[in-house]
Design a protein around this ligand. Structure first.
Ligand code: CU
Length: 416
């Protein structure tokens, strides 16, 4: 009887624990920064828990975003649903099945086609053993009770209890071992080779502008075309890296012009963004991206702006009051970690997954570094940066507040 009570107690404990150990993880939200219709925004495709069902899409503006027209197409069966999203007005797009989809986002005559996969977590796949074990144990417990009641000799009751214990033990073992058991890929996931450590060739890029020689003060398109270093075919397997398909930094040679934008995918292997430069001269481009299974890459290029200077000051740079940036030590040593502290105007909110970004360029443009804020509380950003060699560096600290994105330019002299 004592043994029986113990088993019932164990059963109650066991029944309570699988629910806690098997939260249905519906995957993470997909966050993609886009520069569209002159706005900097983050598109959020929320995680799905059931398909067929609604797919929720949200948009966060820095500081504001236009209404975006959405068109969701299932690559599997070509089914299309449409909708619109604006800040505070999420869209619900009906999804019929898991797997590859394309979300076309349009505003102000521009559009991006974002490929992604609708995934639904299938659990670890070991639940059947847990629930099977519990089911057998429960069944035999009842059997054991009956056997015990009608059979004076305890032998068969002992056997039944033993089998019930084995059922419980299997269930308990699986619950305990669950974190180490191989996880099943979610429903709708891309079939993957077993060896994912091989990586893919580097991307080769061509940065062009449309028109080929843009004039100062006029809008133009900066186009990044990505080719596989081995096959020469368009590269269309970019993974989301720091919440964007690609980060494009454009600076004038003297550093007075600075843009950090997130180009739109207009075709396989092609990314485009609209820009305007106020002065003629050579402009340097840096593209940060990541191919699936292959790590991050920094691609450099340049283009030339013609014409004569326009007098408009660069609106992207908010030159806040002097003294907001402190470099410690004031004369950093090459190869040694230095601390850069930025006093922010307003409380920073996450942008591209971080509270702050620090982009550092060598005066000649040969070097570009990019680090993130370390998680400093209050209205301060603190970065650790190692300048690679003596020389003059142009730097821009960036952060987002409710008023939009603030860029703080400064220079650092690294002595010999
Ligand atoms: Cu970026």
């Amino acid at each position: 009887m004592i043994r029986l009570l113990f088993l019932v107690g164990l059963l109650v404990v066991m029944l309570a624990s699988p629910a806690a150990a098997h939260d249905v993880k519906a995957g993470a939200d997909l966050r993609i920064a886009q520069t569209i219709a002159g706005a900097e925004l983050t598109l959020v495709i929320k995680a799905t828990t059931r398909v067929p069902g609604p797919l929720r899409v949200e948009v966060i503006g820095f500081p504001s975003a236009p209404t975006l027209d959405l068109r969701l197409r299932s690559v599997t069966d070509g089914r299309v649903v449409t909708g619109a999203v604006a800040p505070g007005r999420p869209a619900q797009l009906r999804v019929e099945e898991t797997g590859p989809h394309e979300l076309t986002v349009g505003a102000g005559g521009e559009s991006a086609v974002i490929p992604f996969r609708v995934l639904v977590d299938r659990g670890s796949g070991w639940e059947f053993l847990i629930y099977g074990g519990l089911f057998v144990a429960g069944l035999l417990l009842v059997g054991g009770l009956l056997t015990g009641a009608f059979n004076r000799r305890g032998r068969s009751a002992f056997v039944v209890t033993a089998v019930a214990s084995v059922g419980l033990a299997v269930a308990a073992l699986i619950v305990i071992l669950d974190p180490w058991l191989p996880a099943r890929s979610p429903d709708g996931a891309e079939p993957r080779p077993t060896d994912t450590m091989i990586g893919r060739p580097y991307v080769q890029r061509v940065v062009t502008t449309v028109p080929a020689a843009p004039a100062a003060g006029q809008e133009f398109v900066a186009r990044v075309e990505l080719f596989d270093g081995s096959t020469g075919r368009p590269v269309d397997d970019l993974t989301i890296h720091h919440e964007a398909m690609a980060h494009l930094v454009v600076t004038s040679e003297d550093g007075r012009y600075f843009r950090h934008v997130h180009p739109l995918r207009t075709a396989p292997g092609r990314l485009e963004v609209r820009l305007r430069a106020d002065r003629p001269g050579r402009y340097l481009t840096y593209v940060e991206l990541e191919r699936t299974d292959s790590g991050g890459q920094l691609l450099t290029g340049s283009f030339t702006v013609t014409g004569s200077p326009t007098l408009s000051p660069d609106p992207a740079i908010q030159d806040t009051a002097a003294g907001t940036v402190t470099v410690m030590p004031a004369a950093p040593q090459a190869g040694r970690a230095a601390t850069v502290e930025v006093a922010t105007s307003g409380t920073p909110r996450p942008w591209l997954g971080m509270a702050g970004h620090l982009i550092v360029r060598g005066a000649d443009g040969e070097f570009l570094g990019h680090v993130h804020e370390m998680g400093t509380p209050g209205n301060r950003l603190r970065f650790t940066f190692s300048f690679p060699a003596p020389g003059r560096y142009l730097a821009w600290a960036q952060y987002a507040t409710d008023r939009g994105i603030t860029t703080v330019p400064f220079t650092v002299e690294v002595p010999r």
